[in-house]
Design a protein around this ligand. Structure first.
Ligand code: UDP
Length: 257
C-alpha cells in the first residue's frame, strides 16, 4: 500500500511537471478519415481506432481541453464521386455522413477506456448525437469532455480541414493540430525530392502563395484571419506530440505573423 502511494506520488509529480510545461490549453486535433483505416484499404480498423483513443486519453490526463474533427475519406469523398458523375451536393452529403460514422467509432473507442465524450453533428440527427451548439460544446470542454465535431460544416463544397478551422475559431481554440503521415510541412514532397527541407515555422501567406497542399486554402485563410496557429505533425509519432505541445519545433507550425 505504502509502495502504491509512493508510486502514485511520482506519477502525480511527473504528470504535474509535464502539465506545467504545456503551452496550450484548448486544442483542436484534425484527423483524416485515413487515420482510422489502419492496414485496411477502406473503412474503420478497430485496433487502429483503439490506439488513437489511447493517445487521446494521454492528452486528457494532461488536463487539456480537447476537441476533435475527423474526416471521412476512408469511407467516402464527395469530390471523387462527383468526378465519376454523381451530383456534387449529394456526394458531399454522403461524405459528411461518412464523418459521422468515424466520429461514432472514435467516441465508442474513447468511452470504452473511460474518456467522457460528446459527438456534435453539424447536420441534426438527434437520435444518435447532439446537434452542434457552440456554447454547449465549450461547456463540455470546460467539464473535461472530449468533443468530437462531426458532419463537417454541414454544407457541401467544404472539407473537414475547413471544418477544423471554423470550429477552432468558434470555440477559441489555442491551436489546431493537423495529424498527417509526415512530420511537418516540406518545401517539396519528401517522398519524391531528396533535397526537400522541413519548415520549423512558416506564415499562412507563404503557405497560400506556395500552394502547399497540407490543408486547403479556405482553412488556411480562416486560421490566418483568426490568428489560430496550425501545427502539422506526424500522427505516428505520438510521443512527440507532448513535446510539440511544450513548444518543441520538431513539427511545422504555421502562423499569421
Ligand atoms: N464534406 C462536406 N462538407 C464539409 C466537410 C466535408 O461536404 O464541411 C464532405 C466532402 O465530400 C468530403 C467528405 O465530406 O470529401 C469527407 O471529408 P474530407 O475529404 O475532408 O475527409 P478527410 O480527407 O479528412 O478524411
Amino acid at each position: 500500500m505504502k509502495q502504491a502511494i509512493h508510486s502514485f506520488g511520482w506519477l502525480f509529480f511527473y504528470t504535474g511537471s509535464i502539465m506545467s510545461d504545456i503551452i496550450y490549453k484548448r486544442i483542436l486535433i484534425k484527423f483524416s478519415g485515413e487515420s482510422l483505416k489502419g492496414p485496411r484499404s477502406f473503412g474503420v480498423d478497430p485496433g487502429t481506432t483503439v490506439q488513437l483513443a489511447e493517445h487521446i486519453k494521454e492528452l486528457v490526463a494532461l488536463r487539456l481541453e480537447i476537441a476533435l474533427v475527423v474526416g471521412g475519406g476512408n469511407i467516402f469523398r464527395g469530390i471523387s464521386a462527383s468526378r465519376k458523375g454523381m451530383d456534387r451536393v449529394t456526394a458531399d452529403n454522403m461524405g459528411m455522413l461518412a464523418t459521422v460514422m468515424n466520429a461514432l467509432a472514435l467516441q465508442d473507442a474513447l468511452e470504452a477506456i473511460g474518456v467522457p465524450t460528446r459527438v456534435q453533428t453539424a447536420i441534426e440527427m438527434r437520435q444518435i448525437a447532439e446537434p452542434y451548439i457552440r456554447r454547449r460544446a465549450i461547456r463540455h470542454l470546460e467539464k473535461g469532455r472530449v468533443v468530437i465535431f462531426a458532419a463537417g460544416t454541414g454544407s457541401p463544397y467544404f472539407t473537414t480541414d475547413s471544418t477544423a478551422a471554423l470550429r477552432a475559431s468558434e470555440i477559441s481554440a489555442d491551436v489546431i493540430l493537423k495529424a498527417t503521415k509526415v512530420d511537418g510541412v516540406y518545401s517539396a514532397d519528401p517522398n519524391v525530392e531528396a533535397g526537400a527541407t522541413r519548415y520549423a515555422t512558416l506564415r499562412f501567406q507563404e503557405a497560400l502563395e506556395k500552394r502547399l497542399k497540407v490543408m486547403d486554402s479556405t482553412a488556411f485563410s480562416m486560421c490566418m484571419d483568426n490568428g489560430i496557429p496550425i501545427i502539422v505533425y506526424n500522427f505516428n509519432d505520438h510521443q512527440n506530440l507532448i513535446r510539440i505541445l511544450q513548444g518543441d519545433t520538431i513539427a511545422s507550425t504555421i502562423v499569421t505573423n
